[in-house]
Design a protein around this ligand. Structure first.
Ligand SMILES: [Zn+2]
Length: 147
């Protein structure tokens, strides 16, 4: 078994035994070295964004002092949900390895599948002009770095 996926599984097991949340553990690796790890803590932290991947990304970024995880690989016990897939892209992670797939996740009662198949459109434009003023202010800030 892959040594990094072994750590991800250990994270997931630690999480479920402690009652932190679902069986989702994650490890982030750079140049063959673990730089971040985490597991689902949605229940423990009462925060729906605390998926294993997000927790591992937060941990890795804290450990290296950057929001940019370019060149890193991510190992996770389950195929990333849309939120985590987005976070992985924002972090510039280069490669993802997952254990269980979306059908497996569905089979233990999680909703990922419905988010992929029929995402409900709940968004509507509101007060764009006021928001554009802040965009314009940001546009004029010197030395900023978009990510
Ligand atoms: Zn997720």
């Amino acid at each position: 078994m892959n040594k990094f996926m072994t750590i991800a599984v250990e994270e997931a097991r630690t999480g479920i035994r402690a009652g932190h949340g679902g069986p989702f553990g994650c490890v982030i690796v750079r140049d063959g070295e673990v730089i971040g790890r985490g597991h689902n803590e949605v229940v423990r932290r009462k925060d729906p964004t605390c998926h294993g991947e997000v927790m591992a990304i937060r941990n890795a970024c804290k450990n290296i002092g950057s929001f940019d995880l370019s060149g890193c690989e991510l190992y996770t016990t389950a195929e990333p949900c849309p939120m985590c897939a987005g976070a992985i892209m924002w972090a510039n992670i280069a490669k993802v390895y997952y254990g269980c797939n979306i059908a497996d996740t569905d089979s233990i009662g999680f909703r990922d599948k419905q988010f992929y198949e029929a995402p409900e459109d709940i968004s509507e434009e509101l007060d764009r002009d006021a928001c554009l003023e802040v965009f314009e202010e940001y546009r004029n800030i010197k030395g900023k770095r978009n990510y």
